[in-house]
Ligand binder design. Sequence first.
Ligand code: ATP
Length: 331
Amino acid sequence: SKKVAILTSGGDAPGMNACIRAIVLVCERSGFDVLGYLHGYNGLLKQQYRELDARQMHNLTQRGGTILHSARCLEFKTDESARLAAANLDELGVTTLFVIGGDGSFRGAQHLGNFWDGQIIGLPGTIDNDIVGTDATIGYFTAIETAVQSVDKVRDTADAFERVFLVEVMGRHAGFLGLNGALASASDYVILPELFENEEKTLKDILTQLNERRDQRGNVSYIIILAENLWPGGIADLVSKLEQRTETEVRPVILGHVQRGGSPVSQDRLLAMKLGAHAATLIGKPITGIMVGEQNGQAVEVPLPLTWEHSKPLDDLSVNTMTLLMNNRYA
Ligand code: ATP
């Protein structure tokens, strides 16, 4: 019978397990054997895998992380590694490989495709939502939820002390999590890679907003969301600059890896299942080197390079809502 394999790679994201389950269940019904490579591309190089069947998929959908474990694998960029991976897949008789991960993982999949004749299908799993060709990525909704719950808690303590809080959220080069996390938590200001111009402009803007707010409503709490790796001198630098200029205590909160964890929310489970199940129906069809995504409620197949060649723009509706409801003036 046909043999297929799955791996999860790059930053883990809630919903990866639900995606694995969907692929395994559809494969089992179609009579295919499934194996799961461990630790991303490392497992492919070291021939580390486990067999996956429906019994192991029980009670899995709601679990965060990935049962296959994820990892970075820098050496996978070499031709030698891709050749070794191809030989390993052939040795086991694998004909289709599913790669669940972000854009880096898709680059790896494309690289493998230059050396392997089998079928390669990508599934977008990352909390960053920075993948072109799909309206959302698996894990993104849960990460927003986690960020929002955290900011809600920060708001309570910020209110009690009428303080300014600076909350750093993930999203290395993309502001989706920052923007929608800021909106949903009714934060006051958001600093995003797509809209950031320079330090001075941002500082001035925040001060103007903060002072206006205080004139109107008195001394209230003020929550600023900052995308990670964006402020040139880091979050501590922004805290001290704000403290100097506002003469108010400013407290930093770095949400960090909690945003990757937790049980996936329904939206991520559903997206993971829809994409995983659809992907499994493509096994053996003359289509390879693609990502399965969702656009306007439809499953779509997008050539892998199109997923990373351009950066995905923030959606207009969220940006417009931000300018209408939040204090940012720079949009
Ligand atoms: P996230 O953005 O959520 O962290 P990601 O999939 O983008 O997920 P990366 O660390 O960028 O995460 O990439 C994951 C792995 O993909 C790398 O560790 C490496 O094994 C492989 N990879 C990335 N880029 C390439 C490339 N150009 N060629 C071959 N393999 C690559």
